[in-house]
Write a protein that binds this ligand. Structure first.
Ligand code: APR
Length: 320
């Protein structure tokens, strides 16, 4: 059977890391697309040359021509600009919306059957716009945010509890921004919910609150340290986890920015929710019960995303 084809739209920091991870995990043949000339070709060649020592096979091509993504099974989109210190993800809206238009049209023409994972920020609005521009089915277009936000939460919790990150599960809902909703009640160490761990004396409520806030600010913490761009290792790893679940029909339960129509009282809207990702793309949106406080946080987050979507419609009236 032919190897799956993975098209990476954007060959910057995240795009290059995605290509390397896809190569090492032998997920398929990789095409790196970018408008910058030389960068995708150079990264593709560099990764191909690491194959003999890395002990993987595959074909790696860099390109500036959308025709080369033809027939891709998966497209992961990182095209656009990342933020600099002091910027919020929302500050990127105007520039990255134009990029989503070009990318959406490229995917529509050359890879209309792909499963599309958007990473470009501000994520929830950009994945919505990308879906609109591409016209692909809603279940085949989603955004990577929840896996990353949950991974950050899990890392901080594992450090606090001095346990393996693998035994910490965590749940983050809502938009990928300052209003994201880390849900402590649904986050566990080997099945023990965080509130119980506070009762057991593993941590204090104050420390837990600080970890929740650090999770919300997780992207900005990295931007502040790097100074020249934003996080790329963890975002790329998170998107690869989603792509692998699709390619291998793993049916992983992963939080992602999905089109929610009916669940959570939403009427056709992209926001971070738990989903099942398999060969059918986003096969299911998992609706959980929230208490009053959680619902209020979720509603606030949805409102923030709605504001960004309205801003997109104002900038590009074809989206209205
Ligand atoms: N088409 C294709 N590629 C484009 C386009 C376009 N219209 N416009 C810009 N690019 C490319 C740039 O040339 C660059 O190589 O997108 C790449 C972005 O790479 P980086 O600047 O290194 O950014 P990165 O860290 O990879 O983040 C990309 O993901 O997490 C988000 O906020 C982040 O929106 C940003 C995106």
């Amino acid at each position: 059977m032919a190897r799956p084809k993975i098209a990476l739209i954007g060959a910057g920091q995240i795009g290059g890391t995605l290509a390397h991870l896809a190569a090492v995990k032998e997920l398929g043949d990789v095409v790196l697309f970018d408008i910058a000339e030389g960068a995708p070709q150079g990264k593709a060649l560099d990764i191909a040359e690491s194959g003999p020592s890395g002990k993987f096979d595959g074909s790696f091509k860099g390109t500036n021509d959308y025709a080369d993504i033809a027939g891709a099974d998966v497209c992961i989109v990182t095209a656009g600009v990342p933020r600099k210190p002091g910027m919020s993800r929302d500050d990127l809206l105007g520039i990255n919306l134009k990029v989503m238009k070009a990318v959406g049209e490229g995917i529509k023409e050359h890879a209309p059957d792909a499963f599309v994972i958007c990473i470009t920020n501000p994520l929830d609005a950009m994945v919505w716009a990308l879906r609109e521009f591409s016209g692909l089915p809603h279940n085949k277009v989603c955004g990577m945010a929840g896996v990353l936000d949950s991974a950050r939460f899990r890392h901080f919790l594992a450090e606090e509890f001095k346990v393996s990150m693998r035994d910490v599960t965590a749940f983050v809902l809502g938009g990928h921004g300052d209003t994201m909703v880390p849900l402590t009640r649904y986050s566990t160490v080997a099945g023990i919910p965080l509130p119980d761990l506070v009762d057991m004396g593993w941590t204090t409520q104050d420390k837990l609150d600080a970890i929740v806030q650090r999770t919300r600010d997780g992207g900005a913490e990295i931007v502040g340290l790097l100074k020249t761009g934003s996080a790329f290792y963890a975002p790329a790893t998170s998107a690869i986890e989603m792509a692998e679940s699709f390619l291998k029909d793993q049916k992983r339960v992963l939080p992602c920015a999905a089109h929610v129509d009916g669940a959570y009282g939403l009427d056709g809207f992209y926001v971070g929710v738990p989903t099942v990702i398999g060969a059918g793309g986003v096969e299911r949106v998992v609706e959980i019960k929230m208490n009053k406080d959680e619902q209020a946080m979720f509603d606030k987050s949805v409102d923030a995303v709605k504001g960004l979507v309205s801003a997109c419609k104002e900038i590009d009236p074809s989206l209205a």
